[in-house]
Ligand binder design. Sequence first.
Ligand code: NAD
Length: 516
Amino acid sequence: MSAPQARLVESRDPSTGEVWRRFDACDAAAVARALQQARDAQPAWAGAPIADRARVLERFRKLLFARRHEAAELVSRENGKPPIEAMGEVMLVMDFARFYSSGKALRALRPQRFTPQSMAMWRKRIEILHEPLGVVGVIAPWNYPLMLPAGIVIPALVAGNAVLLKPSEFTPSSALLLGELLGEAGVPPGVLAVLPGAGETGRAITTCGVDKLFFTGSEATGRAVAIACAEQLVPCSLELGGSDPAIVLASADVNIAADGILWGRCFNAGQTCVAAKRVFVEAPAYDAFLLAIATRVKELSVSLDRGSAEVGTLIRPQQREMLQAQLDDALAHGARVVASASGPAGVFAPTILADLSDEMRVMREETFGPLLPVIRVRDANEAVRLANASTYGLSASVWGDEPQASRVARRLDAGTVVINDALVAAGLAEVPHGGVKRSGSGRSHGIAGLLECVKTRTLVHETLPGKPQVWWFPYGGALAAGMDAFLSMAHGSGGARLRGLLGARALVSRLKSRRR
Ligand code: NAD
C-alpha cells in the first residue's frame, strides 16, 4: 500500500528542528494544471530568439548576485550547511547562468549545415536542428537545493523548454527562490513551475506526460522513476548515488591529500554525492596518511551553530540514524575507529575508520555523512581493482605525482576523476557531470547537459530535385556493375580506385538514360 500523500511540506532548520515555512504539497491535479500552463506558454518561449533567452539568464545572474547573501542564508537555514558553503553553492548557480548564456552554449544549439562525406550523397545538403523537447520534469534532492535544480533548469530553459521543478520536500524554499528570481529576470509565467511536494508529487510529475524527466536522487528512487518512465517510454536522465573512491599514491604529499580528502568528505556535513567515501592508500604512504587525517579530523569545528561550524548537523535525524547503523555494522564486523571529531549531541561526529573488509556496509553502500573508511593497499593496481569493485561509478579522485596519477585516473570506472583535489568537477559549469553503472545515466552540466535538453532532428535536402536517383527502380545488371565500380572508387585504393573511376561511368550513363 502506498503511503498517503503528505499534505504539507516544510522548511525546517536542521540545527534546531524549527519549522519556519510550510507549503501545501502539489497533488496530481495541481501538477496537471501546471503541465497545461507550461504547454500553453512553451511555444512562445521557444519561438523567441535564443539571444533573448540568454539575456534573461544574464539578468537572473545579476539578480542573484545582488541577493546572494539572502540566498546563501536561505540555503544554509534550510539545508543546515555553513553559510560559507551555501555561498559557494550560490556562486556555482551564477556560473551556470553565465556559461549557459555564453556564445559557446548558444553556438552548440545552432543548426549545423553541411554536405555529407559519402560520395554517393554528393547531391544532399544536411541540416541538424536542436529543438526544445517541450515540457520537461526536474526532480531534485535536498543536499544542494539551489545548485542542483539550477544546473538542469537553466540549460533546459535556454534550450527553449518549459520546466516543472519538484524540489525535495526538505528544501522547497531554496527552489522557490530560484523560481522567483528566474521569473523576475523574465522567464514568462507558466514556463517554469516550482511544485513543492514529496514522493507523490514526484510520481505525479513522472507520469503526467512530460517530454523528458531529469531525476537527481538516490538509487532506490531512481530505479522507481526509471521504471515509471520506461512504462510510458518517456526518456529520463538519472543522476544517482555514489561510493566514490579516493586513491592516495605513495608519491602523494600526505598532508595535502589528508586536507583535501577530509574537506571533500566533510563539506556539507558529508552529504555530497561526489564526496570520497572509500580511501585506498598505497602501503608506503598508509601510516603517514592515517596519522595526518586522524590529526586533522580532531581539529574540525563541529557545531550546531551554523555560523561558526565547519561541520554541522545532517539534514534530518533519520539520516543520522542511517549513518549510525552503517557505522555500527562496520564496528560489529571488526572495523576500528582511528579518530573522530568531538561535537555536541545531535551532530554526527566526523569519523575515520580502519581495518575494513568487503562485507561491511560502508564498503558496499553509499554513506551520506562524514564517515570515512581508509584502506591500505599493496599498490596502485590493487587500489584500482578495489575502487572499481563498487556497483557505483559516479566520480573519484587520485592523489600523487603526475604522470602516474593521470594513468591511474584513466583506469577508474567513474564519470569524472579529479586529480589532486576533491569535489570540484561537479561544480564546473562546462564539465559534463554524471555517473556510470548504478550511479546513473545521462549527463548534466556542460554542453553534454545542454544537449540532453533538446531533440536533435535532421533535414536532408536534395540539391537537384528535378533529377532521379541512380539507385531508384528499376534495378538491373548495369546498376550492380556500376555500383561495384563506384565502391572501388570510393573505398578502394591504388589501381582499384582508378579502375573504379572508369567503371563508374556506367552509372553516369544509367543516370543519363533515365533522365526524363
Ligand atoms: P531521494 O531519492 O530520497 O529523493 C530525491 C527526490 O525524489 C525528492 O525530491 C523526492 O521527493 C523525490 N521522490 C521520492 N519518491 C519519488 C517517486 N516515487 N517518484 C518521483 N520522485 C520521488 O534522494 P535524496 O535523499 O533527496 O537525495 C540524496 C541522494 O541523491 C543521494 O543518494 C545522493 O548521492 C543523490 N544525489 C546524486 C547527485 C548526482 O548528481 N548524481 C547529486 C545529488 C544527490
